[in-house]
Design a protein around this ligand. Sequence first.
Ligand code: RB5
Length: 149
Amino acid sequence: MIFLGSDHAGFELKEFIKNFLEKKGLKYLDVGTNSLKSVDYPDYALKAAKKLMEDSDKSSFGILVCGTGIGMEIAANKVDGIRAALVHDEYTAEVAKRHNNANILTLGGRTTTPTEAERFIDKFMSFEYEGGRHDNRIFKITFIEKSEC
Ligand code: RB5
């Protein structure tokens, strides 16, 4: 399952991504927003992140879109277990999976074209997390998450 969310600034790109996923036969769940009316991106980051964390399918992930992808990235990363990555080219989309085991991609509706978004999503989905030396780093991120610091 792919959990999708956006604010008003990411709404149009999110709608495009839905169409793209449908054409590929991929299942998604859209948590909103559903129009261009101004909303607060953390509300949608939280909805999508919670749904993803409740999903036991390890192949599930999220895609969040705001104006730049920055706000969605910051907000989603406050949720335990979320590793949200703002990607802005095919390389960052690839290493977000291979090295960071990102489980949410964030994109900017004002900075990323629909064609770029397709390419970044395809790239992210075509790689696996490498594990190995990256496991210890992910473990340290989880440690920060669980500690009181
Ligand atoms: C909304 O205008 C904009 O601030 C928001 O979509 C996002 O870019 C924040 O990071």
